[in-house]
Ligand binder design. Sequence first.
Ligand SMILES: C[S@@+](CC[C@H](N)C(=O)[O-])C[C@H]1O[C@@H](n2cnc3c(N)ncnc32)[C@H](O)[C@@H]1O
Length: 256
Amino acid sequence: MRGYQSDSYGERFADTYDEFFSEFTPSQHQIELLRKLAAGGHAVEIGVGTGRVALPLARAGVQVVGIDTSGEMLDRLARKATGLPVRMVHGDVNDIDADSLVGASLVYVVFNTFFMIAGTDAQVTCLRRVREMLADDGALVIEVFVPRPERFVNGQDIRIKRLTVNEVVLQVSQHHPTDQRVDSQDVVLRHGDPVELFPTQVHYHHPDQLDALAERCGFTLEARHAGWAGELFDATSGTHVSVYRAARVKEANTWA
Ligand SMILES: C[S@@+](CC[C@H](N)C(=O)[O-])C[C@H]1O[C@@H](n2cnc3c(N)ncnc32)[C@H](O)[C@@H]1O
């Protein structure tokens, strides 16, 4: 998508992010799993946004360092984080000085954010940086969608995300199969208001491809589920929550 940069998403979404995704409040299962994996240490969230997950996790007693390339998103987070153990780091995850983040017991990247990192090379760099940040027995959690490229007809797709008497939100997407990339615009049409456009670019990987990237960077898959409550992951799952360990997989059952 011509003109798209790593902070385009945040710049455009920041003002409305919380309202736009208001139905995606993290479940108690999600916060409890992340709290358990943080195991009393500090957690790093890559692409923390306005703190949808970081804030409830901090309220549950976990120190969170949130990295984000968008200053606008971090401004919103800062306003809500007063008194909570949340530190913000502004920049692309692959450009920031990560020395002060070393020793994290948990790094997590949720809500498809890993796919927003600009391409396979950048994702590999990111995983290598995560490996450096994590304590040896630390955990990496990635939550992403399961790609269904067959949904695109002639490389295109339009779907209705919201439909009310006064508002239509359409997601208009273009698929670039060679790059495993999808460029999308959420087009908001509100009666009487100017049209608004919210761009997103994702570089997707199938679960086995993601595992191969992680393995290249020293991680082993410990557990994969279709949701935060430990739902069974199978061929019909639309999303997955995957837990990787830097160290060898132990007997531990993440969801036990
Ligand atoms: C889909 S939002 C998710 C926000 C938050 N994690 C949540 O679950 O609500 C993705 C966030 O990642 C940030 N982001 C995208 N690419 C990034 C990168 N390379 N480095 C750091 N942050 C990035 C965006 O600015 C945006 O705030």
